[in-house]
Design a binder for this molecule. Sequence first.
Ligand code: NDP
Length: 491
Amino acid sequence: MSELDRPGDRDLVPKDWTYAPAPESRDIVHLRERYGLFVGGEWLEPSETYETISPASEEPLAVIGQGTPADVERAVGAARGAFADGWSSLPGSERAKYLFRIARILQERSREFAVLESLNGGKPIKESRDVDLPLAAAHFFYYAGWADKLEYAFPNRRPQPVGVAGQIIPWNFPLLMLAWKVAPALACGNTVVLKPAETTPLTALLFCDVLRQAELPPGVVNIVTGDGRTGAAIVEHPDVDKIAFTGSTEVGKAIQRRLAGSGKKLTLELGGKAANVIFDDCALDQAVEGIVNGIYFNQGHVCCAGSRLFVQESIYEPVVEKLKRRLETLRVGDPLDKNTDVGAINSAMQLQRIEELVASGREEGADIYQPPCRLPEKGYWFAPTVFTNVAQSYRIAQEEIFGPVLSVLTFRTPDEAVEKANNTPYGLSAGVWTEKGSRILWMAQRLRAGVVWANTYNRFDPTSPFGGYKESGFGREGGLHGLEPYLRFDE
Ligand code: NDP
């Protein structure tokens, strides 16, 4: 060995494993200064506007239209026109071609969309790149496959499109929620007026480019940006035949009240407070990864987040110890850095809500743990948080926090686990960790949750229906079930 090759005094194993920054370039995204409303295939100049920002830096990104009732009127008119003017009577195989095209363009432009999603919403680029974008494209591919098979999906029921679908989506998975709603609506022959969330309109606006690229007939999809008032105008419009809403239980209830007796179809995908149940026979390290994925994925801005952890008493200590150790390795920071695990909180308002609920947890007597981590000075941030010593009555165990905050509770027997897991007004999702298949089935039959994951968490697939019980809403999105809300049947 030459003098130069010898390690000398240097350590053979480095002591410092910190990551070097690995920022994704923003250059691929070309933002306009100002965006209009996408109506009838054209950009309408808005009469009112607001500014959308990056939650990680508070930097203004673009000026966005605040859709008024008059704008909604035009959008619904354009959608009605396109429905009557050929889209609803187009053979399914022809509609499918457009959906396939949209899916392929999303794949081709996925990096651009992923960067924009992280920029506008604050989620880590590795999530928008590896989860949101592939799944959004997969939904269009999947529903393209159904477009010409509706007669087989619903034999002897003569499925017909419903008409104009009004769709209102939240800010946690902006493009993915758009795909969940637009793809089945179009596959069934409906036309759409969609409102993205106020804080995250940019990927929906970029999607308008995709619609043009795919040469979708004008008016089939209309995007009207704005705040809750724009959403309310869509809900109230008499010529909208179906409303699909994802968001808070509070707004969902208001929409349901508003639509009562109107004859409009409605699906609501609302909040959750999911139980992630860890039995003492589970593979512990995998379960800890599942707990982390369950609550810190997308900063906990996930309706099906595993925000209530139920650990069997005999393994409580090792689970909490391993969890805390794992939390220390989570990298919180720049959403555009490819190493980042936990990005920015979506808005100042959401940060305030998280802080308020975390303060209530402390006041009510729970013990808080946050790993040492330096949060950026600008922007909206919240460190990954674990509460132990939590009683079921505490607000942090009852209310949806929609942030990176986990409440740990314990149980002794499977019956007790079921009883406690179901002790919530919600019923969207749950997780079960055990090596026994029979126990998984036993639990899945008893948990009042639309989705039950076993030895995994937060897995999504377009073929699998998703939706809730109780205050988590009704109706299913995804899979064959996801077609039904967009069809009427002449039986
Ligand atoms: P909202 O329910 O207010 O937002 C969801 C969507 O509905 C947004 O597009 C919103 O517009 C729109 N909207 C608001 N008010 C009305 C209305 N009266 N009629 C029609 N549409 C309306 O949720 P928030 O963003 O206020 O978040 C509050 C809490 O809701 C969160 O802390 C979280 O707990 C929960 N939430 C749950 C989600 C889920 O996936 N289940 C998703 C988002 C939030 P705008 O963006 O302008 O407000």
